[in-house]
Design a protein around this ligand. Sequence first.
Ligand code: NAD
Length: 335
Amino acid sequence: MSKVRIGVVGLGFFAQNQLEAWRVIEGAEIAAVCDRDPAKVEAARRRYGVERGYTDVAQMLADDVVDAVDVATTPPSHRAIVEQVAQAGKAVICQKPMAETLEDARAMVEACRRAGVSLTVHENFRFQRPMREVAMLLREGAIGEPFFARISFRTPYDVFANQPYLATEDRFIILDLGIHLLDLARCFMGDARDVSCWTKRVNPNIQGEDVATMVLDHGNGRTSIVDCSYATHQVPDPWPQTLVTLEGSKGTISLGADYRLHVTRGAETVTRHVPPKAWPWSQLPFDIIQDSVVALQQHWLGCYRAGRAAETSGEDNLKVVELVHTAYADADRRK
Ligand code: NAD
């Protein structure tokens, strides 16, 4: 079977994980790399041994050297690139957040639907190994019917060192990080029909909010608390781990620090260690994120070959984008 030819667009901070991941995934190859910055194109070509490099997506598409395009640029460029790729009839994977506005996200899903190409959002948190284990336990009925979830990510980590553009965004933590946690809440508890939200900016040197607390209504009395902060003084710093508690009619699942997964039923608790897989490029403690990138891209490849939608399809992810904007609207109303 011939390899699926991937074109990676956007060769900045996070794309390095995607490029490393494509290299270890059997059945796919990086056929082209593209960035508007020619120095990044040259660096990626050399580092990943890619023959073709471009500074313009249109040129890469015109040369017809890829089957699918993996978009790892910053959000303002996502809609235009995804629409271009869809028009060229190629499958597209787009980094989260799919778009900054609901209008753009809906247009992207519609453009791909009209063109008959698949759109997958690179929403990788649900592909973290411990999250897969939690989802499996839920499916197996380990805690009965879940009625409460808490999904928490709190850290003093300086995220702006690698991603300085985040400091100048009017909307920061929900759009950039909370979106992952909202997706996890959906993954574990099902779709939410409403969200209440409170936000705060603690760091005076940034533009947007760096603390958010959200309460989700999943219907039938089922709720989730999703909380995130880049302003939490905490030792040890759990970054970049997400901590999870799920309470059900028959027990509780708790994912604690250092990938300790506890399942409690009555007076009995069983604890397992569920760390991420280590890859040659893994960097502790970012390994949990890096392994989830491989898992997502592997999942995408299986779906692409089978001609079915990925778990994090554009249509599915639209529900997360809707939650993000409902949360911001609710937080604004409270102010
Ligand atoms: P970055 O600024 O480091 O890299 C973006 C790159 O895209 C830059 O090299 C820039 O030159 C290039 N670019 C921008 N517009 C372009 C265009 N129109 N054509 C070609 N190249 C273009 O950004 P980053 O921090 O790597 O973030 C990229 C994306 O990855 C964002 O959507 C971000 O939210 C996401 N991200 C995801 C995770 C995760 O865990 N899933 C983590 C970090 C970042």
